[in-house]
Design a protein around this ligand. Structure first.
Ligand SMILES: Nc1ncnc2c1ncn2[C@@H]1O[C@H](COP(=O)(O)OP(=O)(O)OP(=O)(O)O)[C@@H](O)[C@H]1O
Length: 216
């Protein structure tokens, strides 16, 4: 479902962050993208999410070649993904519930159905009791769980995350790892860039290790 062939990314200025990366991630797999700082993990996540474009090579997601995609088609491809980034871009002028409602409103869901699904997503991440809270009043771990609720509320087939346990205490990080494992268990494809050693040691899936922009 995600197939990369000789994927290369050269940033303006000429630095080659990815140099001929090939791999295949099957539907329902859990894959950790690991590697040293600067290995190219975030760059790979950005290519998969169509935030950046490859310089050469091909990247096929659900049968669609992202390198050949028109810009206008990118939002349609992104619908497959629940994206979770370190900087979660939560809206701090709205409640937790409103943050999770937003993707459903954009998708045009009737309000009642949207609220029902947003509350179910908040419940899944243990935040239903905090639905009225402003994200600013939530802890770092709770904010990350809120970002996960927002990412999964549209029922994506792929959860794609960049360092979702960075900057969290051990217990909060363990909560986040458990949530991703739960989504994997119910058939969601989970792809996570991480250097969380506890996760790497007890991965429960496959590892894609990068070193200096290549698959190690
Ligand atoms: N927009 C950019 N312009 C130029 N170089 C970049 C850009 N983004 C990343 N790089 C460079 O590409 C290389 C890979 O960066 P990337 O963020 O993908 O690594 P990473 O494995 O995610 O690292 P970390 O674990 O530190 O986040 C680094 O050397 C980085 O400096």
């Amino acid at each position: 479902m995600i197939v990369a062939n000789s994927l290369t990314k050269r940033y303006p200025g000429g630095f080659e962050a990815l140099a001929g990366v090939s791999f295949e991630i099957r539907a329902g797999e859990l894959v950790l993208i690991t590697g040293h700082s600067g290995a190219g993990k975030t760059t790979l996540v950005k290519l998969i999410a169509s935030i950046e474009r490859p310089t050469s090579g091909s990247l096929v997601v659900n049968g669609q070649n992202l390198s050949a995609l028109r810009r206008s088609a990118i939002p349609y491809v992104r619908r497959h993904f629940g994206l979770i980034f370190q900087d979660q871009k939560l809206l701090f002028d709205r409640s937790a519930l409103d943050n999770v409602l937003l993707p459903l409103q954009i998708a045009g869901l009737p309000h009642r159905e949207a609220v029902r699904r947003a509350q179910a997503a908040l419940d899944k991440v243990g935040l239903l009791k905090r639905e009225k809270a402003n994200p600013i009043a939530l802890s770092g771990g709770e904010q990350q769980r809120l970002a996960i609720a927002r990412a999964v509320v549209n029922r994506p087939t792929v959860l794609l995350a960049d360092e979702p346990t960075a900057n969290l205490d051990a217990d909060s990080a363990a909560d986040i790892r458990r949530l991703f494992a739960d989504f994997h268990r119910v058939g969601v494809t989970v792809v996570v860039a991480t250097h969380d050693q506890a996760w790497i040691d007890h991965c429960g899936g496959n590892m894609l290790r990068l070193a200096h922009g290549r698959v190690a």
